[in-house]
Design a protein around this ligand. Structure first.
Ligand code: SF4
Length: 731
């Protein structure tokens, strides 16, 4: 039954923008379309910036908003470059809201067709506030210029079911299915804080609906809390021309060049077109970085069983773009997979993935060496709408507590969570999705688990300390799947990330630990400024990061070090670093200028990101609990810094720890017990982390408590008086 119908004129896009935003209030069943002003573009650029603009506009400023308050604003945006179909990776969108896990702003980027379709349907961003009384679905018809809100009590919430149903409902014919994208969550999102959003596209080659996930921080949980079952968007003929770039010839030329490079070099480099991010499994193992047994170790004996050859056999052939024209095409999947557990037991299903993060989180970190077991976990997480990273890290935490007896069969409701027991982990996932038994506790995330276990099981101080040391969360968000113990810079990359420990802000392990290119605190702080700001730009513009650095020019080193020129140009000083892939940075700047008609350089490009980054940091001040500072929440568990247990220490003692104690702390370890050496190492590493915090805050222009200074906000030309006032109160 239709609850409301709203008609609008579909605008023509201009220089990458629709120049409108859409606001839906589910309390009042109100729909508003508002103009995007030139000032809004200047301050916020687009994408995540526009999401934040809308959050700032609609969130109450006089009280702290919790994630399940109807006032929480769920925003989705593409970006001015989003929806281009000839430059690789131009189909991403970004979701923001107040997270149930962290209580602050989460941003989660996602592929699939929905983001570009929303823009081409007329909206640079959409904001949804309020909470519907009934289950609803929203249909944005970008062809007819109509938004329809309908009752959806009888619709399933399971991802694949609802995606297929809505695609069939709104497509006029088989061919039309490619012009539909569905955003949905699932039953897991109803019953846990790990709910993700699934963004669909219809895969014409395979003939079924596929998905990418906005995985982090519980965006799906918020979606279902607002009682939305699906948002379906329809838009035909989405092409580069329709984005109306200022200089289409330049866009085509840059797109052709970047596409050719991806196609020519991929098979010689990471094979993204055939095995996707799975190529990382052996690399991470070789460098001792593959989380194994809840990040205790970095190598997994059975890594080959879950490595690239295992999935090469299982993946469907060919490049698999999650957006039109992405030459990297890394979104692989498995067809005709037979489930062995749960409601689909015995049925053949199609699975999107697994990607590296799922393999590491739900494979090596659980000590599972069964590639099919990981595929089944991947399938059920997607079906239930659960984030595989939080599931991986959260269940690994439980497995380690089970090893130490803090959890046992009585406390888990009979689940034997021994390392490697994939079936028990799957049963736990089914419970999380149903909101039942032990699953109901686990699905609330590691931070809540720690509190619950400490209280309900009357744990002693040592047990509580152990839990705090090995529970891999920061700010309430579970860590993504890289070991950071030996990379101080990446400890900061996770700890200082605005939303919590997700590697999309900074991934500095190779530069820091493997190549030793940033040995000083100043150099680390510089890297922890440039890379997060650079990476933020992808979320502002509607882009995917993978085509930036997963396939790189063969002469990258020579250009970056000034040995050769490109287009008769020497590498600019600010990006003269091979890790920055300077030729690609210049491509992106050109691409941005060609679409928007602006004329900025790489310095100004970073400044745009830095402005939004700092705005997000200040906005989080609205949400911090009383008496808690950014300095407090930027902490990470000790497991991320160093060895918590004796066996963990001994496994790396010779390679790392003795040397560091001698050279950095000037300690003669010959007469020290293992426990004493571990204590000294901990003192040293915790002090280094605090020192890094000071260096990074200073470099970023933040106070000692991690708040952007007024001088910094002025330097960035932030022109939002109320926001400046908020920052002033916390200087
Ligand atoms: S590189 Fe992969 S994830 Fe990124 S847009 Fe292309 S297919 Fe999607």
């Amino acid at each position: 039954m239709t609850i409301m119908e709203f008609k609008y004129d579909v605008p023509e896009l201009s220089k990458g923008y629709a120049n409108k935003t859409l606001y839906i209030n589910l309390d009042k069943m109100e729909i508003k379309i508002e103009d995007v002003t030139p000032e809004m573009k200047d301050q916020f650029t687009g994408g995540k910036g526009f999401d934040l603009f809308l959050m700032w506009k609609y969130l109450p400023k006089d009280k702290k908003t919790t994630w399940d308050d109807p006032n929480n604003v769920l925003c989705i945006a593409s970006g001015p470059l989003g929806g281009t179909s000839n430059f690789p990776g131009s189909g991403k969108s970004i979701v923001t809201a107040i997270s149930p896990l962290t209580g602050i702003i989460i941003d989660s980027n996602v592929g699939g067709y929905a983001g570009p379709f929303i823009k081409y349907a007329g909206f640079d961003a959409i904001a949804i506030q309020g909470k519907s009384e009934k289950e609803i679905s929203i249909f944005i018809d970008g062809e007819a210029g109509k938004i329809i809100i309908e009752e959806a009590e009888n619709l399933p919430s399971e991802t694949y079911k609802i995606g297929t149903l809505m695609t069939e409902k709104y497509a006029d014919n088989e061919r039309d299915k490619r012009e539909i994208s569905v955003i949905s969550a699932g039953p897991g999102a109803e019953n846990s804080y790990w709910g993700c959003l699934n963004f669909s596209w219809f895969d014409t080659r395979r003939g079924y609906v596929r998905y990418k996930q906005a995985g982090r921080g519980g965006t799906g949980t918020i979606f279902r809390n607002k009682r939305i079952k699906a948002i379906t968007i329809k838009k035909r003929n989405v092409r580069t021309q329709e984005n109306n770039p200022a200089d289409i010839d330049s866009v085509k030329e840059i797109g052709r060049k970047h596409t050719k490079e991806m196609v020519d070099l991929d098979s010689k480099q990471n094979e993204m077109r055939t095995i996707g991010t799975v190529h990382l499994v052996p690399i991470m193992h070789d460098f001792d970085l593959l989380p194994t047994k809840n990040f205790k170790y970095g190598r997994f004996d059975e890594h080959e069983k879950i490595g690239k050859e295992a999935y090469r056999k299982r993946f469907n052939k060919g490049p698999d773009p999650c957006w039109k024209g992405c030459a990297v095409g890394c979104s692989h999947g498995v067809s005709n997979f037979e489930c062995k557990t749960g409601p689909y037991k015995g049925q053949k299903v199609s699975v999107d993935g697994p990607e590296y993060e799922t393999i590491a989180g739900c494979g090596s970190s659980w000590y599972v060496g069964d590639p099919d077991g990981i595929i089944e976990t991947n399938f059920y997480c997607d079906t239930y709408g659960l984030d595989t990273i939080s599931i991986g890290t959260g269940i690994a935490f439980c497995m380690e507590l089970y090893e130490y007896g803090i959890l046992n069969n009585e406390r888990t409701g009979g689940l034997d969570l021994s390392w490697g027991n994939n079936n028990a982990a799957l049963e736990l996932i089914h419970q999380i999705a149903r909101g039942e038994g032990f699953g109901n506790i686990v699905g609330k995330g590691i931070r809540n688990m720690k509190e619950y276990f400490a209280k309900e099981y009357n744990l002693n101080n040592d047990e509580i300390k152990l839990m705090n040391d090995i529970g891999m969360e920061s700010k309430g968000l579970e860590f993504s799947e890289y070991m950071t113990k030996e990379s101080l810079a990446q400890q900061g990359g996770y700890g200082f990330a605005l939303k919590g420990p997700q590697h999309d802000e900074a991934w500095l392990i190779f530069e820091d630990m493997v190549r030793n290119n940033i040995p000083t605190f100043e150099q680390k702080a510089n890297a922890l400024w440039w890379f997060p700001m650079w990476r933020t730009s992808f979320g502002l513009l509607g882009l995917c990061k993978l085509p930036w650095n997963d396939i790189i020019p063969e002469d990258n080193l020579d250009f970056a070090t000034g040995k050769i020129l490109k287009d008769e140009m020497k590498v600019p000083e600010d990006i003269a670093d091979p890790a920055k892939i300077p030729e690609h940075v210049l491509n992106y700047v050109k691409y941005y200028n060609a679409v928007t008609g602006n004329n900025i350089d790489s310095v100004e490009y970073i400044k745009k990101s830095e402005r939004v980054y700092n705005i997000q940091r200040v906005m989080n001040l609205l949400l911090l609990p009383e008496g808690v500072s950014f300095r407090d929440i930027d902490n990470i568990p000790y497991r991320a810094m160093g060895p918590v247990t004796e066996e963990e220490y001994l496994s790396r003692e010779d390679e790392y720890y003795l040397k560091q104690l001698k050279e950095e702390a000037n300690i003669d370890t010959s007469d020290l017990s293992v426990e004493e050496k571990m204590t000294e190492l901990r003192k040293l590493r915790e002090a280094r982390y605090e020192k890094l915090k000071n260096s990074v805050y200073k470099y970023r222009g933040w106070t000692i408590n991690g708040v952007p200074t007024i001088e910094k906000l002025e330097e960035l030309e932030v022109d939002i008086p109320e926001l400046i006032e908020l920052a002033k109160k916390h200087q």
